[in-house]
Design a protein around this ligand. Structure first.
Ligand code: SF4
Length: 265
């Protein structure tokens, strides 16, 4: 398991998180972040895949709590443009990036599961390359800030500002009430660069093999796993689920393979 300095504190009990969430319903994202940091720092992290929502939150946090870890899951399948965008933002703003990745190399996964697992079993591919690395990275964290919005998908419509997972981890959704326009104007207003693929029709950007540009009239996330039932990578659904025998054996490094997981604090 990866160990980071913020993993040392025990979880805090919050007596009435739902009421607190309602209290924060009308608060601007910055106020929600201030509350989060005041309550949980240094045991709070932001996950950011370098989509615009994560970028806006990282920018806000820089003014509020600049040492907050920004966790990036490097699946090994990101677009080169995403990695270049990450590098530009981190070098420009000095964000406290923590990069994590799968324990198995792509070659090891291929040897174990065959080529192009993302085509044949994208749920397993996401488990190996996204969910398992995040599970390791945020073990012991008390607050997980993320950039989901209610209007992104039907599965996100009921998103509260605060939610608690069975493990006690509090998920903080400061942009739950925002629209894509709010995000766009935040980046514009603060002079933040846009993802290079955004103007080419990529309104939601994940791994390259599983993302295409959206067509006119399509939903913002229609380009993710297009043509499949899959609508979420699983990090927001499966994190508290027990690890199955197939996924734990898949996530276990093969003998002699190098671990890709790394931290760059
Ligand atoms: S989004 Fe696609 S390539 Fe990325 S981890 Fe999931 S299935 Fe694999």
């Amino acid at each position: 398991m990866l160990r980071f300095p913020w993993m040392s504190q025990p979880q805090l009990a919050i007596p009435d998180l739902d009421a607190l969430s309602l209290q924060l319903e009308d608060a601007p994202p910055q106020e929600i972040l201030r509350w989060t940091v005041a309550t949980y720092a240094p045991d709070a992290v932001l996950t950011c895949s370098f989509q615009h929502e994560g970028v806006a939150l990282a920018h806000m946090l820089q003014a509020i709590a600049p040492r907050t870890p920004i966790v990036f899951i490097n699946t090994g399948y990101h677009f080169p443009e995403t990695l270049a965008y990450r590098d530009l933002l981190v070098s420009t703003y000095g964000w406290n990036l923590v990069e994590v990745g799968p324990e198995l190399s792509q070659a090891d996964v291929e040897a174990r599961h065959g080529a192009e697992l993302y085509r044949r079993d994208p749920d397993l591919c996401c488990e190996i390359n996204k969910v398992a690395p995040l599970r390791r990275a945020i073990a012991g964290v008390r607050a997980w800030i993320n950039g989901r919005r209610r209007d992104q998908a039907s599965t996100r419509r009921g998103l509260p500002i605060l939610e608690m997972l069975p493990s006690g981890l509090v998920k903080v959704n400061p942009l739950a009430r925002w629209s894509s326009k709010d995000t766009y104007y935040y980046l514009k207003q603060h002079g933040l660069p846009f993802h290079p693929l955004f103007e080419r029709g990529y309104t939601s950007i994940g791994c390259a093999p599983c993302t295409r540009p959206v067509l006119a009239g399509e939903d913002e996330r229609a380009g993710r796993w297009a043509g499949r039932d899959k609508v979420e990578c699983g990090i927001h659904d499966a994190l508290d689920a027990p690890v199955t025998s197939s996924t734990s054996s898949a996530a276990e490094p093969a003998s002699g393979s190098a671990s890709d997981a790394r931290a760059t604090r």
